[in-house]
Design a protein around this ligand. Structure first.
Ligand SMILES: O=C(CO)[C@@H](O)[C@H](O)COP(=O)(O)O
Length: 219
């Protein structure tokens, strides 16, 4: 497996200082994870395209945009055109996930498929060749600071088997409750990209927290 990706989630950052908070993990993090929520797909509201368009200009980090929104077809391409490295939408919200993945790639970003807590992964494994990342929620999407759910790692194991059997170039990303005491189990299950909000931004030294997570991932 390739070296782990550590992606701090700005959901746990100070929203009045987003550019500074992004800079605080430059040099330590691999990607910056940006949670977009619309208060419909999930019962929470964060930021949208105009904020991401501005924030992306202030950072050297690749942006890993996680759309927790209805109608991802309407908004996804705008994030790709804004320069996002990876744009992930939820399978539960998309009408035609493969068509949207193709459109994202054509617009210049990587394409990610997200699976929420209550959605099985098996029906979607055959779609993986069309994607660059598979984001498996290890909580219910919507809020940071929730407890990691180890029982959801069975989905990671199933995805890892599929990725390895098909020799796919796809990152398996986990999101929710990832911290120094949970990241190793996620890595052992087969995840190779890790989103962490609270574990990074509740720390007095976010860059050091990222380095500690990388070490705890064990690879
Ligand atoms: O997508 C989400 C929440 O829906 C996550 O990205 C959270 O932001 C992760 O936060 P922590 O669980 O690490 O605090």
């Amino acid at each position: 497996m390739p070296p782990p990706i550590i992606a701090p989630s700005i959901l746990a950052a100070d929203f009045a200082r987003l550019a500074e908070e992004a800079r605080a993990v430059e040099g330590a993090a691999d990607w910056l994870h940006v949670d977009v929520m619309d208060n419909h797909f999930v019962p929470n509201l964060t930021i949208g395209l105009p904020v991401v368009q501005s924030l992306i200009k202030t950072s050297t980090l690749p942006f890993d945009v996680h759309l927790m929104i209805e109608q991802p077809e309407r908004w996804s391409i705008g994030y790709a055109e804004a320069g996002a490295y990876n744009v992930t939408f939820h399978v539960e919200a998309a009408d035609d996930p493969v068509a949207l993945a193709k459109n994202l790639r054509a617009a210049g970003s990587r394409a990610g498929l997200a699976i929420d807590r209550d959605t099985p992964v098996e029906p979607y494994l055959e779609l993986l060749p069309h994607f660059d990342t598979l984001l498996i929620m290890t909580i219910k999407a919507g809020f940071g600071g929730q407890a990691f759910m180890p029982e959801l790692l069975d989905k990671v194991r199933a995805a890892r088997r599929q990725v390895d059997a098909g020799h796919l170039e796809l990152r398996i990303e986990v999101d929710g409750g990832i911290a120094r005491d949970t990241i190793e189990a996620a890595a052992e299950a087969g995840a190779d990209a890790f989103v962490a909000g609270t574990a990074v931004y509740a720390s007095a030294d976010p860059a050091a927290a990222v380095r500690a997570l990388r070490q705890a991932a064990g690879r």
